[in-house]
Design a protein. Sequence first.
Length: 226
Amino acid sequence: MVYRADLNRLFGVDGDASEIKVYDTNTYGLVGHVPLYIDADSQAYDPETKLMYAVSGGREAHTPYSYISIVDTTQSKKILDIKVDANWLEALALEKRGPRMFVNITSENAVGVMNRNERSITAKWRIPADAQQNLPLFFDEPNHRLLLTTRKPSKLIVMDSDTGKVTASVPCVGMVDDIAYDAKLKRFYLSGDQFVEVFKQDDADHYTSLGKTAGWLSREDRSLCT
């Protein structure tokens, strides 16, 4: 979801409806629809341009290609579809201090690097050969690191965001669907199958598991993982 406090608007990707639904946050009423393609899923938002990027199409649409759609949240209108020759795209991550956008090209076990100005993929970085199905993606921009997880097998993989070089690979909880980061504590939270696993970032290339806890992990519950 993307919340525009200045407009009192909430934008949520609805995969079943293949669209972005727009809600008025004062009344909670549905006030708009932005059509996407079948299997609309991951999104990323650029607060500078107010543009929202959303993934759709591909294998559920039975096409050998997917789309990254660009939506102007000020006008609640799609302005462009970027066609990507891959039938399975997952998470997106935007660079704040530059024009790049990273995308998990899951069907190729790779990370794609896209120039948002040119709106084209300029590089593809393969993940290690012993890992498949990279889904979540997080960009640690200050440390120039991309963190992603795979499902076959379950691994946390770290890549240099300037070169694509893999700098770390460690086992993690299975079926990870999202990655969150606490910059103050330098901890990553991986929400997986029945558990949340917490990793401490020792430095840019070293990560130590602090353990797993069942269900949702609150800040007060972090002691359970030590």
